[in-house]
Design a protein around this ligand. Structure first.
Ligand SMILES: Nc1ncnc2c1ncn2[C@@H]1O[C@H](COP(=O)(O)OP(=O)(O)O)[C@@H](O)[C@H]1O
Ligand SMILES: [Mg+2]
Length: 249
């Protein structure tokens, strides 16, 4: 259970209503989401849990505007995502959402500083400001002394910190993390969770996808998916409920 305080929530950022997602594969259709409704406000820290195949990544892709639902409504900061053109969608992905992936997804030949500068290049920020902003967030995640290292010169935990810095550098509305500790040992994973806690306490909004209970305990709200539907959505983390949700055949 998280020992730290819960911050008051802000305005609505994500408002989805009854979304479905079908994957059509030849003759077969996989219904990955069957009508999911979810509201997420600024300053929430929410874990999305569920067994493999329950639709977590599919939901994540919808929330991140990386894919479009088959039906249903999605409003991001009050704007209907279905009515956005490609430029508007790209702007949301680049400026409003900070992505953190299980596999870090860093450019292997680039230094930490250049990796973190990348979203700022897309955003059209000038080189000097870019470098200053990237250096600032790298300091914030504790990598002030690793700015000129390349990914293969860093530990797994340090690589994920670079990825978190890259997600933060544009001051996004939300941070979307899909199994961010999945490739880390448990001690390093806990260090990354401590970093997320710090970011949350500083006013960030975090959506964390994980199938690991130990990781989900850090969030202030837990949503369980099962077979493409929300099974439970509750404040905090209730281990008994979680056991019921995960272990039921
Ligand atoms: N690109 C795809 N094409 C076809 N089926 C998919 C695709 N992505 C996911 N699925 C199917 O959709 C369901 C949900 O998958 P996913 O969202 O990846 O679940 P989770 O992340 O919870 O493991 C699964 O049955 C999976 O096989
Ligand atoms: Mg997944």
């Amino acid at each position: 259970m998280s020992q730290n305080s819960t911050r008051p929530v802000g305005p609505l950022v994500i408002d989805i209503e009854n979304i479905t997602k079908d994957y059509v594969m030849g003759e077969e259709t996989v219904r990955a989401l069957r009508g999911v409704s979810l509201q997420i406000h600024r300053n929430e820290y929410i874990a999305i849990m569920g067994p493999s195949g329950s639709g977590k990544s599919t939901l994540m892709n919808m929330l991140g505007c990386l894919d479009t639902p088959t039906s249903g409504r999605y409003e991001f900061n009050g704007k209907n995502v279905a009515e956005m053109n490609d430029d508007e969608l790209a702007a949301i992905r680049n400026r409003e959402i900070g992505f953190v992936f299980q596999t870090f997804n860093l450019l292997p030949r680039s230094t930490s500083l250049r990796n973190v500068e990348l979203p700022l290049i897309y955003a059209g920020i000038d080189p000097d400001t870019r470098e200053e902003m990237a250096a600032h967030v790298l300091h914030e995640v504790g990598l002030g002394d690793r700015m000129n290292h390349k990914p293969n010169e860093l530990s797994g935990g340090q690589r994920q910190r670079v990825a978190v810095a890259r997600a933060l550098v544009n001051k996004p509305s939300i941070i979307l993390a899909d199994e961010p500790t999945g490739n880390l040992d448990s001690k390093t994973g806990e260090e990354i969770m401590a970093l997320f806690e710090d970011l949350y306490q500083r006013g960030n909004t975090i959506i964390l996808v994980t199938h690991e209970r130990d990781i989900a305990t850090h969030a202030r709200r837990t949503v369980h998916l099962r077979d493409g539907l929300i099974e439970t959505d509750h404040a905090g983390f209730i281990p008994e409920l979680d056991l019921v949700a995960l272990d039921r055949p």
